[in-house]
Design a protein around this ligand. Structure first.
Ligand code: UDP
Length: 230
């Protein structure tokens, strides 16, 4: 089965952190390795919150701040490729926005052959455009690698009716549709990402990635996290 895993930049740095935390990075490798070894074909879209987020650079024009954010996703992708390869996994980076020795242009034949050789596909550079997010990029790249599932790796074990960190009575919603999530104003993903999921028939699973083994359980169809269906 093919799956696109969306990692936020903070997955690499720890919550609120900057840069790369070696323990976090080791953890990501362990979790991804466990699913690759089970035969799942993995694509990754990584954010850049550990380096830059466009919205944080308030003194810049949005389009410029977002371009800096996009480059941050390339940095994270190169970092991930290196740590995956050091742990014996194969990984290839695809992007439309940079021309670097370790980065290939998105090419569907190349993606297919990479998947056949069990390489992890790392998609860098978001959607290639300012004004979007890496959530939208995750859905776009899922479609390009022919995955019908996007796993959003978060620090919360699913979708709640309100922020469980602020409200102790928040209720988990294990199954919902994109329309329901939109109507309830739940911030699972942005509206552009939802619209694309609906259009392309892609399901999103929101999991607590930081609970060891949860990614594998989610891919094996066990009842973890929340599932948002088109
Ligand atoms: N970004 C963009 N276009 C995209 C994806 C990302 O301009 O298609 C920029 C945007 O500035 C964003 C930053 O890259 O804030 C990092 O992405 P994101 O905020 O999604 O990262 P995360 O919060 O998941 O770490």
């Amino acid at each position: 089965m093919r799956v696109l895993v969306k990692l936020s930049g903070e997955a690499l740095s720890g919550e609120g952190g900057r840069g790369f935390d070696p323990e976090r990075v080791d953890y990501i490798v362990t979790e991804i390795k466990s699913v690759v070894e089970e035969g799942f074909k993995i694509g990754i879209v990584v954010g850049a919150g550990n380096l830059f987020r466009g919205v944080e650079l308030k003194n810049l024009t949005m389009a410029r701040a977002d371009q800096i954010g996009l480059l941050g996703t390339v940095m994270n992708s190169i970092y991930l490729k290196d740590i995956f390869e050091r742990s014996g996994l194969k990984a290839r980076i695809y992007s439309q926005i940079v021309n670097l020795p370790d980065v290939e242009r998105v090419n569907y034949d190349s993606i297919e052959s990479a998947l056949r050789e069990n390489s992890i596909l790392i998609f860098a550079g978001g959607t290639s455009n300012p004004f979007f997010t890496t959530d939208t990029a995750a859905v776009l790249r899922a479609q390009e690698m022919k995955a019908k599932l996007v796993v959003k790796a978060t620090k919360v074990d699913g979708v709640y009716d309100k922020d469980p960190k602020k409200f102790p009575d928040a209720k988990k919603i294990p199954h919902l549709t994109f329309s329901e999530a939109m109507k309830m104003g739940l911030k699972v993903m942005d509206a552009e990402a939802f619209a694309l999921c609906k259009k392309l028939g892609i399901t999103v699973k929101v999991i607590n990635f930081f609970e060891p083994g949860t990614l594998l359980k989610a891919l094996k169809g066990e009842d973890v996290g929340s599932t948002v269906v088109p």
